[in-house]
Design a protein around this ligand. Structure first.
Ligand code: SF4
Ligand code: FES
Length: 162
């Protein structure tokens, strides 16, 4: 079986880790992950938070991984097809694709939750408390509880005991 190739580093900026096979490249940005686990609930054999490397691309088909990354509620997970990939490019155009472009004319949706996180959908620019630009994105989860160690993003701390 083909071995996972893991390259922590700077392919797409300093915060990304990169996981590759010959058919699929997946990027993960810890700073944007809300740790709510949609990915590991959906595909536990691939997204394994207690193991290192925590992403095992060879444990499912690239199509299954793509479908799961498309469901990530933040831009923490993204994918692209490497040259020569056997995956049909038409199924790799969802919200998780690095080439995905949201219609910027639609209004931004912000959805509050009872436990704290604020889910934002739509093209937004995020700035830190000093006014420094952090990033442009089309799906993020902001901290609404004040306990995140990675503000303004939610890092899952709202789920732990105070
Ligand atoms: S934000 Fe995305 S990468 Fe992080 S746990 Fe949720 S689904 Fe997984
Ligand atoms: S809302 Fe998730 S850490 Fe604050």
């Amino acid at each position: 079986m083909e071995k996972d190739k893991v390259m922590p580093g700077a392919d797409r900026g300093n915060n990304y880790r990169v996981y590759r096979t010959d058919d699929l490249i997946v990027y993960w940005d810890a700073r944007q992950c809300s740790h709510a686990g949609k990915c590991w609930k959906n595909l536990p054999q691939v997204f394994r938070p207690k193991e290192r490397p925590w992403v095992s691309l060879t444990s499912a088909t690239p199509e299954e991984v793509i479908a799961t990354v498309d469901k990530c509620p933040t831009d923490a997970l993204k994918y692209e097809l490497p040259e020569g990939s056997k995956v049909n490019p038409e199924i790799a155009q969802g919200m998780g694709s690095i080439a995905y472009k949201k219609d910027e004319t639609t209004s931004i949706k912000i959805k509050a939750t009872h436990s704290g996180p604020l889910r934002v959908e739509g093209s937004v620019q995020v700035f830190d408390a000093d006014g420094e630009f952090i990033k442009q994105s089309h799906r993020i989860i902001l901290c609404g509880c004040g306990r995140s160690g990675n503000r303004p993003f939610c890092d899952g701390s709202h789920a732990s005991q105070p």
